[in-house]
Design a protein around this ligand. Structure first.
Ligand code: SF4
Ligand code: SF4
Length: 477
């Protein structure tokens, strides 16, 4: 069994871990026994129990000072600069195993769970109160970072969070709440303040731990957020007043543009769309943010559902008995550069899967990466993630753009030819994503509005033209 230490501060202080597990350094891949041989005095393993183990707050929370304590095989002593590891929280359910990994979020001092709760994929057929239970369940599994935004889930997400956060008031100091505001609509400092106040009210908290300047797709949007009297100025004021703790940015920009933003040192962390399918093309931004000491949160670790929906085609991602979905989560959780893998949860089973992967997290080895690289092509960066930004009543023709683009994913992932795609359209029209469409692909006027907002920078109009051919073949035109 292995434990991944997120950071080892070399030469600063001796770190002592009293656990029986094999610890791996993410930088060198060395285990705890080999490490001191190479870097004397920096890391030391004592593979036996000690009588006076002091437990972490997180562990206390899960009832570690419990009669079972005498049976516990090990514990990790927590020191500054190391990931917090609480291998014991599952003792509550009677089984002793590894626990959630906690990472330092940049320089903020926050210790955040390696798996974060993404509040963008609630089951909309359920009530807000039913969906709120998921947050409590996630918290019981060790997740302490909860991310939402206005507009998520038809604008219910912040309210769902509010219901849960009210019930979690007694552990408020042990969890981190994150939400967002888009500078395209929040274009003044005054509006920024009002948006923060509105989110606070909906979330039923008196402080937002991480507030995102949200969805920066183009540099002019970033510049608009940072202009004098703009959103960022309003957020700084909110920070001074204690309404928010950290200002961070959520972006879909390319790596070199992200580097330019990071250089300005305006943000504590970055939320980026990076996953096992697109990391080859997104890594520059991730590495730059990590090098700059910022927190790095990976949104869409499952590529917006593409991985679970196409497990058959993506088996090459997995190793051993894991599924491609588990491999995708493991990739983000085990990358030292990534602080949090933000997973959108719909069910408790989704939470169980993500936590199980984090609990048993094996590093992504060089051969895992090589195997993935061998199969990945630029196409993987061209997948629609189903984020839905192109929907929002934006298309003058009411074309279900995201649904069409999700159908198009099959061409990229399964290398389907025109005939096969035409056949697929039959199914989609009758039973699938496109069954209740109000308009066809051929109705597109190529106004380009959707491409302006697409978080994946997809050539939507070209794809719709291609799809229109398949639909036309279907009608026998
Ligand atoms: S380019 Fe086509 S699909 Fe996109 S918004 Fe305009 S009409 Fe709709
Ligand atoms: S087409 Fe682009 S904006 Fe629309 S859902 Fe797909 S990735 Fe998101």
């Amino acid at each position: 069994m292995s434990v991944r230490f997120d950071k080892v501060l070399i030469g600063v202080e001796r770190y002592i871990c009293f656990c029986n597990f094999l610890c791996l350094c993410p930088e060198t891949g060395l285990d705890g026994f080999s490490y001191p041989a190479r870097l004397p005095g920096t890391f030391f393993m004592a593979p036996q129990n000690v009588p006076d183990i002091s437990f972490t707050r997180r562990s206390d929370l899960f009832g570690i000072n419990h009669p079972l304590q005498s049976e516990l095989p090990s514990a990790c002593e927590i020191r500054p600069g190391l990931a917090i590891i609480s291998p014991l929280y599952r003792t509550k359910s009677g089984s002793i195993g590894m626990g959630m990994i906690y990472n330092e979020y940049g320089r903020t001092g926050a210790k955040v769970s390696a798996v974060g709760f993404g509040g963008m994929r609630f089951d909309e057929s359920k009530s807000d109160a039913q969906n709120a239970e998921l947050l409590l369940y996630a918290h019981s599994k060790g997740i302490n970072y909860f991310d939402t935004a206005p507009d998520y889930c038809k604008d219910h997400s912040e309210d769902i969070f509010g219901i849960a956060l009210k019930q979690m008031a007694d552990v408020r100091d042990q969890i981190y709440v994150s939400t967002k505001g888009m500078p395209t609509s929040i274009d003044t400092a005054d509006k920024a303040r009002k948006a923060v106040e509105k989110s606070l009210k909906r979330l039923k908290v008196d402080k937002i731990d991480f507030y995102h300047v949200w969805c920066i797709r183009r540099m002019d949007q970033y510049e608009s957020a940072m202009k004098k009297g703009g959103q960022y100025e309003g957020l700084l004021k909110c920070k001074e007043e204690g309404l928010i703790d950290n200002i961070v940015i959520s972006t879909h920009l390319q790596g070199d543009q992200i580097c330019k933003i990071i250089e300005k040192k305006e943000f504590e962390g970055v939320l980026l769309g990076v996953n096992i399918l697109n990391f080859l093309y997104r890594w520059q931004g991730v590495q730059a943010a990590f090098n700059a000491g910022l927190g790095v949160v990976a949104m869409n670790p499952l590529a917006g559902g593409v991985v679970p929906q196409h497990e058959k085609e993506l088996t090459f991602l997995a190793s051993g008995n894991e599924t491609p979905t588990e491999a995708a989560i493991r990739f983000c959780v085990s990358c030292p550069q990534i602080t949090i893998a933000l997973v959108g949860f719909t069910t408790k089973e989704h939470i169980d899967t993500a936590c199980r992967v984090a609990d048993n997290c094996r590093p992504f080895t060089a051969s895992d990466i090589d195997r993935a690289k061998e199969h990945l092509s630029r196409n993987m960066d061209s997948l629609c993630t189903g984020c839905g930004y192109c929907m929002n009543n934006l298309c003058p023709k009411d074309i279900p753009i995201a649904n069409y683009m999700q159908s198009y994913n099959a061409k990229l992932l399964q290398h389907k030819n025109d005939k096969e795609m035409t056949e697929q359209m039959i199914f989609q029209h009758e039973w699938g994503y496109l069954a209740d469409r109000q308009a066809d692909a051929a109705d597109c006027t190529q106004c380009g509005e959707c491409e302006q907002v697409c978080t994946q920078h997809l050539d939507i109009t070209d794809r719709l033209a291609e799809i229109a051919e398949w639909e036309s073949a279907l009608k026998g035109d």
